[in-house]
Design a protein around this ligand. Structure first.
Ligand code: MG
Length: 366
């Protein structure tokens, strides 16, 4: 398919609930939507890099620069047989995984729509529905308990809570007696070091499903040492940004569970390769999120339809985050599960008026 035109949009969305992590907070998001056209067909992608450089370093502004200066020009006007050929056109661009994932998602949607098949089936997905958990920010304990009770009642399958030094075992001391059967996991977002091993070992007492990314965002070796010292499975997020890093982490035994995010890993193609490596090693994976709008969320649903995604992920209904999402039909969880669409492409249509209403800058190529 020849890429005739590419539009990029910076789109602002207000969060229903302010998100508080250990390092930063957010009320409003700025994600980039990418629309590619080939003849009569259109595909949409989303770059969900955060506003600030506190997750991996990449931001909405740095992604905009990558898309505008390198990625869109690399594919515009060229003819591609499939998504792999499309992605190979900018294979020499290093890092910048969110920007690469955004434009690649648009290609998946485009090829899927042109061929009349869903992205989930193009990827090799087998699941008819994906299991949803929720991820909650830091809040005062009473508000947190109310929110946990509400989401458990809605049917969500597990609850992820942010922890940081001093706000770990004390948190579960309060929560475990109130919610004895809830599947809890903790996300530390790199706020610990090996010197905190004792504090992390204390969490073994609460039967957590896993502790996500306790140590440095770019570490593999210390995580391997920590995993040997504690019973709770270590889950990596920030530390695995590519197939190569996944292979290295497997060899070092740095983790027993992996959070797979297409944005962090550079697109669905590479995310599938990471999934395949983990599946071969018997490591369960789950799909993380970046407060994605409907387009990015739809890509997550397609990814999580792969057989190795055996644990509930962070992909929940978009009504949890936004008053009105950008896609139709809306992506909703029912009894803790989201149906994988069989419609062509990502399976959800972008409502262009809703995008236009929230667009703060745009650029057209071709
Ligand atoms: Mg995480």
């Amino acid at each position: 398919m020849k890429i005739d035109q590419i539009d990029i949009y910076e789109v602002r969305m207000r969060l229903k609930v302010r998100f508080q992590a250990s390092t930063h907070a957010a009320d409003e998001l700025r994600h980039i939507l990418i629309r590619v056209r080939s003849g009569d067909f259109t595909g949409w992608g989303e770059c969900s890099a955060p506003n600030d450089p506190y997750y991996l370093g990449e931001t909405a502004d740095s992604s905009w620069h990558m898309l505008e200066s390198f990625l869109a020009p690399a594919v515009l006007g060229k003819d591609f047989a499939d998504v792999a050929a499309f992605a190979a056109a900018y294979d020499h661009v290093k890092g910048n995984t969110f920007a690469r994932a955004g434009i690649e998602t648009a290609a998946w949607d485009l090829f899927g729509r042109a061929r009349g098949v869903s992205v989930a089936s193009m990827l090799g997905g087998t699941r008819k529905e994906i299991l949803s958990g929720v991820s909650l920010g830091m809040e005062p304990i009473d508000a947190l308990c109310d929110r946990i009770a509400q989401h458990v009642a809605e049917g969500y399958r597990r609850v992820k809570l942010k922890i940081s030094p001093g706000k770990d075992a004390s948190l579960f001391d309060k929560l475990r007696p109130r919610f004895p059967d809830v599947a809890f996991m903790a996300d530390a977002n790199s706020t610990y070091t090996l010197a905190d091993t004792e504090a992390l070992r204390r969490l073994d007492a609460y039967g957590l499903m896993m502790i996500e990314q306790p140590l440095a965002w770019d570490d593999l070796i210390d995580h391997a040492k920590l995993q040997k010292a504690i019973k709770t499975p270590v889950c990596l997020d920030e530390s695995v940004k590519s197939e190569v890093q996944c292979r290295n982490a497997l060899e070092l035994e740095s983790f027993r569970v992996l959070n797979v995010k297409a944005g962090r890993i550079g697109g669905l193609l590479e995310a599938k390769r990471v999934h395949d490596l983990c599946a071969a090693a018997g490591i369960p994976v789950w799909c993380g999120g970046m407060h994605d709008y409907g387009v990015g969320r739809a890509a997550n649903v397609a990814l999580a339809s792969l057989p190795g995604f055996s644990l509930p992920g962070d992909v929940s209904g978009s009504d949890k985050y936004f008053e009105e999402d950008l896609v139709d039909p809306p992506i909703l969880a029912k009894n803790g599960a989201i149906e994988v669409p069989e419609r062509p492409g990502l399976g959800f249509d972008v409502v262009e008026e809703r995008v236009a209403k929230r667009t703060s800058r745009t650029r057209r190529f071709g």
